[in-house]
Design a protein around this ligand. Structure first.
Ligand SMILES: [Zn+2]
Length: 469
């Protein structure tokens, strides 16, 4: 997946990625009351800037010692990432994907083979020489033959998974998925927040299939992207068919004319199968093949690439990938590279901005906050929280010595979807008084029904906070 995590707006100016004057794709968040929040943001940050939301909501942080472009996910951010990963892995499993785990580093030789070293080199971290003569036992290391690099993409490892044994046509399409790290050598001056990072966790997969099956595989990915956008509340701006540009534009491409022509036919067929309209974007292809990019707008109205599907006839040849066809002959598969959720960093940045931090309950780091009215209701509040935790929900109790109103406001500022107040009457009746994040009151509800209602909302991944009656 070459171009994905280097979304259009982060590449050198290329025409496609200039800011476009469009209103934000979605904004389902309630008006934000920031009067209580301490403003530590720079003047350039809007209230919907993910860097500001990330700080105010304790989603991520950075530290000079960790290095620029290597954000640290705090517990709230890690909870969002875990939910996104759980969601996409479930979807992929239902669609016949198998998941693997492969290393974050590879030998330089691996990327020379894939072509990344030659075509993608400036975006890669410098190689790490192993054993500078201090390990006499390792002759390879001494001779400098074992240089390692942080991987810029996952495809080469997945190609090695494919060729780990001889494959039969019966195993195809072989869909190999991984949510794993990759690295890009961004200049330190430009890294920022979650959108310009040097290390990212990618929702990646590679489908190995015969050429004549590739169009339906690409179409299936486009459908998966549509479904995911429905669930996440993302509105695609448009689809791009990213093609090679003119040679004089300075980008280098690998592979033969015939490879490029075949791959382009596959992508056009898939777009037609799905009835998707698209714009051609010369010069935006990956170095190994053309791709379909799904473009969205961020909260500032800037366009960027979120999801991508690519058809590649080049790397299969470089890795000499083969399968045994029904007639016993050896045939070469193609690779469909695809990412639905992009990098977790980019997706969380996008969602934070699109929702103004008020994420749907299933993605909210804290789903329910319990507020005992006074010390007498503390134990009852803790019993409710315990029930919720046992039901798999993320709940806490705010029993600080502050007025109920102040604690309700604090929960609103933290964008907690459900607030459950426990007064004397509720404590005696095993119930809670429910307030929704948008200010609606949902009345007094029996504790068990409240917990099962929230659980239902979370499991169905709805963005509607209304509890079933
Ligand atoms: Zn790939």
């Amino acid at each position: 997946m070459s171009v994905l995590a280097q979304p259009a707006d982060e590449s050198p100016p290329s025409g496609q990625s200039q800011a476009i004057d469009q209103s934000p794709a979605i904004d389902q968040s309630p008006a934000i009351d920031r009067s209580q929040a301490v403003d530590r943001s720079s003047p350039a940050e809007s209230p919907h800037d993910h860097r500001r939301l990330g700080r105010d909501l304790d989603i991520f942080t950075s530290d000079e010692l960790a290095g620029a472009g290597f954000p640290l996910w705090l517990p709230n951010g890690a909870a969002i990432v875990a939910e996104l990963e759980r969601y996409i892995v479930e979807v992929e499993r239902r669609s016949g994907y198998q998941h693997v785990r492969t290393p974050a580093v590879g030998k330089r030789e691996l990327y020379e083979r894939s072509g990344h070293w030659q075509h993608f080199g400036p975006d890669m971290f410098p190689p790490m020489p192993l054993g500078r003569g201090d390990n006499d036992a390792d002759a390879d290391a001494k001779a400098g033959r074992d240089e390692l690099v942080l991987r810029p993409v996952l495809c080469p490892h997945h190609a090695l998974v494919f060729r780990s044994r001889l494959r039969s046509h019966r195993e195809l399409p072989l869909r190999i998925g991984e949510v794993g790290p990759q690295f890009r050598m961004e200049r330190s001056g430009v890294v920022s927040g979650l959108t310009r990072v040097r290390g990212m966790i990618l929702n990646d997969a590679h489908v190995f299939c015969p050429l004549d099956r590739a169009a339906e595989e690409v179409a299936a990915v486009l459908q998966m992207i549509d479904q995911a956008y429905d669930v996440l509340g993302i509105q695609a701006a448009h689809h791009s068919l990213s093609l090679r540009g003119p040679a004089e534009a300075g980008k280098s491409y690998a592979g033969s004319e015939e490879m490029w022509r075949k791959a382009e036919v596959v992508l056009r067929q898939a777009l037609d199968l799905r009835g998707v309209e698209y714009r051609e974007q010369p010069g935006e292809a990956a170095f190994y093949g053309p791709k379909i990019d799904v473009q969205v707008y961020d909260a500032q109205g800037r366009e960027f690439t979120l999801s991508t599907v690519q058809v590649d006839l080049y790397q299969p040849e470089r890795f000499d990938l083969e399968y045994v066809a029904p007639d016993g002959s050896r045939q070469r598969p193609v690779i469909v590279h695809r990412s639905v959720l992009a990098s977790m960093e980019r997706m969380v940045a996008y969602l934070l901005e699109a929702y103004g931090g008020a994420l749907p309950a299933w993605l909210s780091p804290l789903q329910v906050r319990i507020l005992p009215v006074g010390p007498d209701e503390r134990d009852a509040a803790r019993r409710v929280a315990q029930l919720g935790l046992e039901a798999g929900l993320r709940m806490d109790v705010d029993d600080r010595d502050e007025s109920l109103g102040a604690r309700v406001r604090n929960a609103q500022l933290r964008k907690v979807p459900y607030v459950a107040v426990v007064g004397a009457r509720e404590a005696a009746g095993e119930s809670v008084a429910v307030r929704l994040r948008d200010g609606r009151q949902a009345g007094v509800v029996a504790v068990e029904r409240f917990v099962s209602g929230v659980r239902h909302a979370v499991e169905s991944r709805t963005s509607d906070l209304t509890l079933p009656k």
